[in-house]
Design a protein around this ligand. Structure first.
Ligand code: GLV
Ligand code: MG
Length: 339
């Protein structure tokens, strides 16, 4: 974990805020599959190499009667599959207050701990949940003789979790990142949307009346229901050097709105999103990779800024130490994705 000393250490001129030493493998799309569903399970080998993360889901969306089958299905798939260098294997275990989670963790770490990169933990409320997982994983890893620690990813989907997001991010050196869970979060907050992520046509602001005519035509602007939580999550993750993600977008057929929601999250600092259907894989890949134009611009600014200090004019716009740092974020991402 980064220490207080790191927060106050001066950054090298031009360097973006450092990531803690979490492995920075691409994770633009976390593609969910249900290991108890034979049709979905059969497709897993075809996705290896083309998706950044394959996640065997054991929690919500898996029927209570299928929990054991899903767990065993994931063990079988993991044992039979070589995930190669470009695809990580994650799982989402059941919630910490469920009757299944202890068996999920015990079985998975023991049987396929050498293949699992990250365990996603739902409905995390505070640092105590991460401490519990951390200790349990340490014991199970030691018993299984695993040399590489399994990382932990928390879903932010309760009001209490949002209130405690900073302490959750810093609760363990295992923390890899956090995803927004808009469906559970909406329910927990008693929000009045029934959608799984995305916008809502009722959440808008209306232009002021022109000349006091409240009956006249007025433009409305739809607002992003998730802006506050994503921004808060991004700040907490950046402070602790871990990765923020937008979560699920449930309206699979609305690929345009999905792309918009993913892009808002990307612009705010998220590194990826969940994909719930193959159609969302390409959307996430496109959105969470810097565009050719952005990379070219970042390279020009870097070249123009010489030693990285002072200010220059480029295409009529002022560039300086701070805008160079913004460009370095884009270049660092491009480099990470191409290596
Ligand atoms: C995801 O788990 C959500 O609740 O949105
Ligand atoms: Mg949820």
């Amino acid at each position: 974990m980064r220490s207080a000393k790191d927060f106050f250490a001066p950054l090298a001129v031009g360097a973006p805020a450092p990531l803690r030493d979490v492995p920075a493998r691409p994770s633009r799309m976390i593609h969910f599959f249900d290991p108890s569903n034979p049709k979905m399970a059969a497709k897993v080998p075809d996705l290896v190499g083309s998706v950044d993360v394959l996640l065997g889901n054991l929690e919500d969306a898996v029927k209570a009667d299928n929990k054991e089958a899903a767990r065993q299905g994931l063990v079988d798939i993991a044992k039979a599959t070589d995930f190669g260098e470009h695809t990580q294997l994650w799982t989402r275990v059941n919630a910490l207050d469920s009757p299944w989670v202890l068996d999920d963790l015990t079985t998975l770490v023991t049987e396929i701990g050498d293949k699992l990169d990250v365990i996603m933990v739902p409905k995390v409320q505070g640092a105590e949940d991460i401490h519990y997982i951390d200790r349990l994983l340490a014991q199970l890893e030691a018993r299984a003789g695993l040399a590489r620690p399994i990382l932990v990813h928390a879903i932010l989907e309760t009001a209490r979790g949002v209130a405690n997001v900073e302490e959750i991010c810093g609760a363990s050196p295992r923390m890899q990142g956090i995803s927004l869970g808009p469906a559970d979060l909406a329910a927990d907050r008693r929000m009045k949307t029934t959608r799984v992520g995305g916008g809502h046509p009722g959440y808008l602001v209306r232009q002021d009346p022109v000349d006091g005519d409240i009956d006249g035509a007025r433009t409305t602007y739809q607002q992003d229901l998730w802006h506050y939580t994503i921004a808060r999550m991004v700040d907490a993750c950046a402070m602790h050097g871990i990765f923020p993600y937008y979560g699920p977008f449930g309206d699979i057929k609305d690929v345009v709105a999905c792309e918009d929601q993913f892009r808002n999250a990307f612009l705010l600092g998220c590194v990826g999103a969940w994909s719930l259907h193959p159609v969302q894989i390409a959307i996430a890949k496109k959105v969470f990779s810097p565009s050719v134009g952005d990379v070219a611009h970042a390279r020009r600014v870097k070249a123009a800024m010489g030693d990285g200090t002072g200010a220059v004019m480029l295409d009529g716009k002022m560039e300086d130490d701070a805008s160079l740092k913004q460009c370095l974020v884009i270049l660092e991402l491009a480099e990470r994705l191409s290596s």
